[in-house]
Design a protein around this ligand. Structure first.
Ligand code: PMP
Length: 366
């Protein structure tokens, strides 16, 4: 394998509950996983039913064109079906963007503390990932624009970003899009879009008309509660979508996922409930952290990253103590935030348990 493949650090997903339970000898019923930004409400009941029905057809190949799901997305977001790329999760769309627009020696720009899959898909191509220092944990779009060189073919922008939860301002995004070369594909990753409060919602999809080099990525993994069946999509100019659709695997989205996503898209009530629960939970957690005197990064996602006082050893102790108490969160060493931990907003009882366990973990440090 080429050197650039050997140099790749594997993505480390959160450990499954079953494994931790075994490792730590915990009681399975007392363990909560708040480590992967999953939907604490589970899955839309309509989507669940649609997926169960789809089981009757799993001896058949899925619809490789995703006809019905694309039609529904096209209607919902007022785009043409030929502007849509369906993916095996939105990670697949990020990977496709890299495979279509990068080559060895090309460059891609992203922010420090940005989603870990960007460097991964860039390195897979043998292209150079340029990490631009963050500003207050968020993307410094002006510095990212300055980092663009003639070799740059992609800029990744996550808004809200994971794991920082930071949101780029509309004015800053538009200024960036207006100034960056049209030869550069701008990937605007909106995996957490559904969690934005009304006041922060932006009509980014309407920007596609002005910027043929823009692709917006969305996912069914978060507010739609379908992380396990892997469905995401990209919206872009027809020419961009066409290239990406040529390169994708013919059946990259499976039939269960297609059925689930189609039904989930119609279940607006479930998405609203997920949003509302997240808002309440976010307030609960930020209040609780404040009371414990713990510094956190204000978040627009369904998660919150907080900083443990002292040194990295303290963060590790708190992480371990939380684990021992049956609360799984995400350490952020790979994000160059070794003193932070990220917690997903859960059900009220889970948030409560997290705060109580955190209080105890912090107490143990003294
Ligand atoms: N973008 C961001 C910013 C994310 O946090 C995630 C999920 N961790 C994804 C994309 C990918 O999610 P999926 O592949 O499940 O759609």
């Amino acid at each position: 394998a080429p050197e650039y493949i050997r140099a790749i650090q594997p993505y480390q997903p959160g450990k499954p509950i079953s494994e931790l339970v075994r490792e730590l000898g915990l009681d399975e019923h007392n363990v909560i996983k708040l480590a992967s930004n999953e939907n604490p409400l589970g899955t839309s009941p309509l989507a669940r039913e649609a997926m169960i029905n789809a089981l009757n057809q799993i001896s058949l190949y899925p619809d490789g064109s995703g006809f019905e799901l694309k039609a529904a997305i096209s209607q919902r977001y007022s785009v043409n079906t030929d502007q849509i790329i369906l993916g095996n999760g939105s990670n697949d769309i990020l990977d496709l963007a890299a495979r279509v627009f990068l080559k060895p020696g090309a460059a891609a720009v992203y922010s420090q503390h940005a989603f870990a899959v960007y460097p991964l898909v860039v390195q897979t191509i043998g292209a150079n990932g340029i990490s631009v220092p963050a500003r207050d944990y968020g993307h410094d779009l002006a510095a990212m624009l300055d980092a663009v060189t003639p070799e740059t073919r992609i800029v990744f922008i996550a808004s809200p970003n994971n794991p920082t939860g930071t949101l780029s301002e509309v004015d800053d995004l538009l200024r960036f899009l207006e100034r960056v070369s049209r030869d550069v594909l701008v990937v605007l990753d909106e995996a957490y879009n559904e969690y934005l409060p009304e006041a922060n919602k932006r009509n980014s999809i309407s920007w596609l008309k002005r910027f043929p080099n823009l692709i917006i990525t969305r996912t069914f993994s978060k507010a739609y509660g379908l992380a396990g069946v892997r469905v995401g999509f990209g919206l872009a100019h027809t020419d961009v979508a066409d290239l990406m659709n040529r390169v994708r695997q013919p059946f990259n989205v499976n039939s269960i996922g297609l059925a689930g996503a189609l039904a989930a898209l119609q279940d607006t009530e479930f998405v609203e409930r997920s949003y509302a629960l997240n808002r309440t939970g976010m307030l609960h957690l930020t209040d609780g952290l404040r009371q414990l005197g713990i510094e956190y990064i204000p978040s627009f996602g369904n998660f919150l990253s907080f900083r443990v006082e002292g040194d990295v050893a303290n963060t590790k102790k708190v992480y371990q103590s939380l684990l021992q108490q049956g609360v799984i969160v995400r350490p952020l060493g790979i994000y160059e935030m070794p003193q932070h931990l990220r917690v997903t907003i859960g059900l009220e009882s889970e948030n409560q348990k997290f705060l109580k366990s955190l209080e105890r973990a912090i107490g143990e440090l003294a």
